[in-house]
Write a protein that binds this ligand. Structure first.
Ligand SMILES: *Cc1c(COP(=O)(O)O)cnc(C)c1O
Length: 454
């Protein structure tokens, strides 16, 4: 066996030139996106009003397994990629496990998460199309920050609707976005009809991702040469994120690492979908039997307790309908510190793979997640994002199972970002004031009641 270095940095020559499109190998495809007005599948023309044309093309691409990454995007990726795949020797030692644990670290760029991988691609295509401005929403702030960086690089105007409570809790995030030139508006706001309506009904609302989406979409539809961009959930976002899995695969081949278990946190499903993409391809084709586990917060359990149904992507019920595991667009998750995982729905691709039994899912409680995050920080040095720590928690659990059985499994998990902007959460954990809120079945029923009958 080859000696495995502590950190595996691939050279620029080894950087993937192709994204991996899981839909090209899936035995059954996810159900089509529906237009809620007609209940018929959305056409590319319809979606082109809202999204950039090339992204819509990618959304509909079910045939090309490999999609070439344009040079203009590779040039951007080269600033911070390939990202390292790290062997967690110190964590292994602490756990006294025979398992090998690796993590793919996506937090080494300024925005601090994997979201930059899709931000760069989406802004590049907007620029190519002659689009002059973009709108989006951001919850915890990672997506808005990533997009601000990409918009600065490719020279495009950006308006970010930021969930009001996050804008108040995370003024530094806002400052970073503004430094990159973005306009940041706390949502709900008075700048849109959707925002004014929500404010009229509930003037003291702290906002939600769904409501920020409604505002961003409204502005994109009403502004010339403007498009809306989304940081997760959609197939093209997973496609861009497959750069994570492609790099991981190359490193595994180079160093003869054979993963038995791959673990990722799931919010809308993009980092997880990207990490597992080429591995799922092999699994579907019968070439591997790797276990794949998505981890979600117990406070927002769309895969483990949601319904597989057509639903809106936003609270304002303005988006096309997606077939996915959902808690209902009216479900309001309890305040949880993993903001990036507080989404009622789930990527249609991940939903379909889960429904068809290719992947597993589990839900974990917040205090357990921070316990794992703290152990990881103390052993491996990196202060993880609370979202990422969901994957850490389950990687540790699996490694401890190996300790019991004596099995020498190889575990890879996605470390999606850093936690520097989540220190309020760490303070709450350190002071012992953090609580676990798990919705009751009754709470969930209220959300399910908002799922449209299709
Ligand atoms: C946004 C975010 C997530 C969750 O989003 P996905 O689309 O499910 O990947 C996870 N980790 C971090 C650090 C994030 O910023």
């Amino acid at each position: 066996m080859k000696a495995i270095p502590y950190k595996i940095y691939l050279s620029e020559n080894e950087m993937p030139r192709y994204w991996y499109n899981m839909k090209a190998v899936m035995k059954e495809l996810p159900d089509p996106i529906l237009n809620p007005a007609t209940m018929k599948p959305c056409t590319q023309e319809e979606l082109n009003q809202l999204f950039c044309t090339e992204l819509v093309k990618q959304e509909f691409n079910t045939t090309d397994e490999y999609i070439e990454i344009p040079k203009g995007i590779l040039d951007f990726y080269k600033m911070y990629r390939p990202s390292p795949l790290v062997r967690a020797y110190c964590l292994e030692k602490e756990l006294d496990t025979p398992a090998e644990i690796y993590y793919k670290f996506e937090g080494s760029n300024t925005s601090g998460s994997h979201k930059l991988n899709s931000a760069a691609a989406q802004v590049y295509y907007a620029k190519e199309q002659g689009i002059t401005s973009l709108t989006t929403e951001t919850g915890a702030g990672q997506w808005g920050t990533a997009l601000s960086m990409a918009c600065a690089y490719y020279n495009i105007d950006l308006t970010v609707y930021m969930v009001k409570i996050s804008a108040e809790q995370k003024p530094y995030r806002k400052a970073v976005m503004e430094t990159y030139g973005a306009k940041v508006i706390p949502s709900p706001s008075n700048t849109t009809e959707a925002g004014r309506k929500i404010l009229a009904e509930n003037p003291n609302t702290s906002g939600s991702l769904g409501c920020a989406i409604s505002e961003a979409i409204e502005v994109a539809m009403k502004t010339k040469n403007c498009r809306y961009v989304l940081g997760s959930v959609l197939d093209h976002v997973l496609l861009h994120q497959s750069i994570i899995g492609q790099e991981t695969k190359i490193a595994c081949e180079k160093y003869d690492i054979r993963p038995d278990i791959i673990i990722g946190c799931v919010g809308g499903g993009s980092n997880f979908g990207g990490l597992i993409a080429p591995f799922i391809g092999e699994k579907i084709q019968g070439k591997s039997n790797v276990r794949i586990i998505g981890v979600e917060p117990a406070s927002c359990p769309s895969l483990t307790r949601g319904k597989y149904a057509y639903d809106f992507g936003d609270t304002g019920r303005t988006t096309p309908l997606l077939k996915m595991y959902t808690l209902g667009s009216g479900f309001i998750p309890s305040p949880n510190h993993a903001g990036g995982l507080r989404y009622h729905g789930m990527s249609p691709i991940i939903s379909k793979l889960y429904h068809d039994g290719y992947i597993e899912a589990c839900a974990v409680e917040q205090t357990k997640v921070f316990e794992a995050a703290t152990l990881f920080a103390r052993r491996e040095g990196i202060l993880p994002a609370p979202e990422s720590a969901h994957a850490i928690k389950v990687a540790i659990d699996e490694a401890l199972k190996c300790k019991e059985t004596g099995e020498k499994k190889t575990i890879i998990f996605g470390l999606t970002g850093t936690g520097y902007f989540d220190l309020a959460a760490y303070i709450s954990y350190n002071e012992g004031t953090m609580t676990d809120y798990i919705p009751t079945d009754e709470d969930l029923e209220k959300g399910f009641a908002t799922i449209p009958k299709v």
